[in-house]
Ligand binder design. Structure first.
Ligand SMILES: Nc1ncnc2c1ncn2[C@@H]1O[C@H](COP(=O)(O)OP(=O)(O)OP(=O)(O)O)[C@@H](O)[C@H]1O
Ligand SMILES: [Mg+2]
Length: 230
């Protein structure tokens, strides 16, 4: 098991947001985290990255308890995070964005990500704010990969993208999976989630309510009524 959350309780100040979240991600798996707006998906990813106040429970990564560690230490152990709303450096070029996270200036890693995201190679000298939404999402993921992440947390990569670009991002995430990367993916696009995910967790009210198969995510009317329809 690569990542394991057990009974995690997290708070924003005095607001108790996560009420005992438990989940697991095995090496090489792509696991999705689904649920309505406000269910606690982003808060779960932030808790893993040491960005939330977690008062009880445990978070283990590669057998080690990472709860209470600083975000940069967690990042250095190989956990990557691509936040909701794709944060890239809009005034820096694509090449500069990719060189920035890697202290070792690992040219091989940059070459590897450019092979996974060919559109970025053609845009190396363009600034971040000159890229399309899909290219910005690719760059946000590529930056995390260059840093040497072994498990990446992706928060709604398809958000705000045109359907064609959702297809392109889906294809690249599939490529990453083939290359052996482990991923925990938060998605609102259930078609994309069911296409990519090996397993699915459904969250509601700060808890993982159940696990579901890809087929259930697509077709289970009861599940939709209970967890996805407004
Ligand atoms: N900065 C904050 N301060 C206080 N409460 C917050 C903060 N951010 C989120 N919350 C609350 O925490 C709960 C969970 O939010 P979270 O962002 O984890 O949901 P989510 O499942 O990621 O939703 P979405 O699908 O809209 O991204 C919500 O009730 C939200 O109002
Ligand atoms: Mg969110």
């Amino acid at each position: 098991m690569m990542l394991q959350l057990d009974q995690v309780h997290a708070y924003y100040g005095k607001s108790h947001i996560l009420h005992g979240v438990s989940l697991e991600v095995n090496k090489g798996e792509l696991v999705t985290l689904l649920g309505r707006n406000g269910a606690g998906k982003t808060t779960t990813l932030k808790s893993i990255m040491g960005l939330m106040l977690v008062r009880s429970g445990s978070i283990r990564y590669k057998g080690e308890n990472i709860l209470g560690r600083e975000t940069h230490q967690i990042f250095r152990r190989g956990l990557g995070y691509v936040p909701q709303g794709r944060r890239i450096f809009s005034r820096l070029s694509v090449a500069e964005n990719l060189r920035l996270p890697s202290l070792r200036q690992d040219g091989e890693k940059i070459e590897w990500v450019l092979n996974i995201f060919p559109p970025l190679r053609e845009r190396l000298n363009n600034r971040g704010n000159e890229l399309s939404g899909g290219e910005q999402q690719m760059l946000a993921i590529a930056r995390v990969l260059v840093s040497g992440a072994e498990l990446i947390l992706l928060d709604e990569p398809s958000e705000g993208l045109a359907p064609l670009l959702v297809g392109a991002i889906t294809d690249t995430i599939r490529e990453l999976k083939k290359s052996g990367l482990t991923m925990l993916l938060v998605e609102a696009n259930l078609t994309m989630a069911s296409n990519l995910g090996d397993r699915h967790y459904v969250m509601a009210h700060g808890l993982v309510s159940r696990e579901a198969s890809s087929q259930e995510i697509l077709e289970d009317v009861e599940l939709h009524r209970k967890y996805f329809k407004l």
